[in-house]
Design a protein around this ligand. Structure first.
Ligand code: F6R
Length: 260
């Protein structure tokens, strides 16, 4: 696990956008894994800028979202399919039908979840997965207690997550209770995992994820089992890391030939 500590969210966006640009320019048909929420927004803004100003093209890319609310009307502005269209995919040249999300409106959501895992595999798997982390340590919507081997399925949000997400709705009562989410086992199949986090509110979750035991109690800690993980965080989110100085030194001393 590589820990990259940057001064600002703009610096985080540059580091992560460089990795995505490198993938998209080298790979003729890249498969991106996209997260929603606030953490990746500076990255998406930077990718849109590179697309508009430098011609960075996503024309042959495909993308899979991590999760979706269950039972939220198609087209609802806070459905993750709409959020990603608004914040990224509608502003770059990726084809709209190349962006997939779990079908939270399916009559049979469990079957839809199984289908979703199948469609990721059929696409050849995710090349680069962007992740955020919840204050309770969740990644995607794998809440504490999630099986470390889980597949895409329905989960119940914790009240803490519903409160954290209430900022996107008029009241907490509107925040759905159920979601379809890629499982931890599904996420671990992506080739490169890039987690972004910023702010003091994420410090405890980041420390538990990076330096705590691998445990279903902190679902993010499962990333310790993946061979290629990059955690890109600001100083506030890094504040509780015991080996903070070591991570900074390692990044500063990283040979120029070694990519993320
Ligand atoms: C959203 C997702 C969630 C968020 C997490 C952090 O697709 O997968 O795990 O990444 O809830 O959310 P923010 O970034 O809003 O703090």
């Amino acid at each position: 696990m590589e820990i990259v500590i940057r001064r600002s969210v703009e610096d985080i966006a540059t580091v992560v956008s460089d990795a995505i640009e490198s993938l998209v320019t080298k790979n003729p048909a890249p498969v991106l894994g996209l997260a929603t929420g606030s953490s990746p927004l500076p990255v998406y803004k930077e990718l849109i800028r590179r697309h508009k100003e430098n011609g960075l093209s996503f024309a042959d890319a495909r993308a899979f979202l991590l999760d979706e609310y269950v039972g939220m009307a198609v087209g609802h502005p806070e459905s993750y399919r709409e959020v990603i269209r608004r914040e990224l995919t509608g502003q770059i040249d990726i084809a709209d039908d190349a962006v997939k999300s779990p079908d939270g409106n399916a009559d049979d959501v469990l079957a839809a979840a199984i289908e979703y895992d199948k469609s990721i595999a059929e696409a050849g798997g995710v090349d680069l997965q962007i992740l955020g982390i919840g204050t309770d340590g969740h990644i995607a919507f794998n809440e504490p207690g999630s099986s470390l081997a889980s597949r895409t399925r329905m989960k119940t949000l914790t009240e803490q997550t519903r409160e954290d997400n209430a900022r996107f709705f008029d009241s907490i009562d509107e925040v759905p209770v159920h979601v379809l989410t890629q499982g931890l086992g599904t996420i671990l199949e992506a080739k490169h995992l890039v987690l972004v986090a910023a702010g003091a509110g994420k410090a405890a979750a980041v420390a538990a994820m990076v330096e705590g035991p691998v445990s279903a109690f902190c679902p993010g800690s499962v990333l310790q089992l993946h061979p290629h993980v990059t955690v890109v965080i600001d100083e506030a989110a890094a504040a509780d890391l015991k080996l903070n100085d070591y991570y900074r030194r390692s990044y500063d001393l990283k040979p120029a030939w070694q990519a993320l």
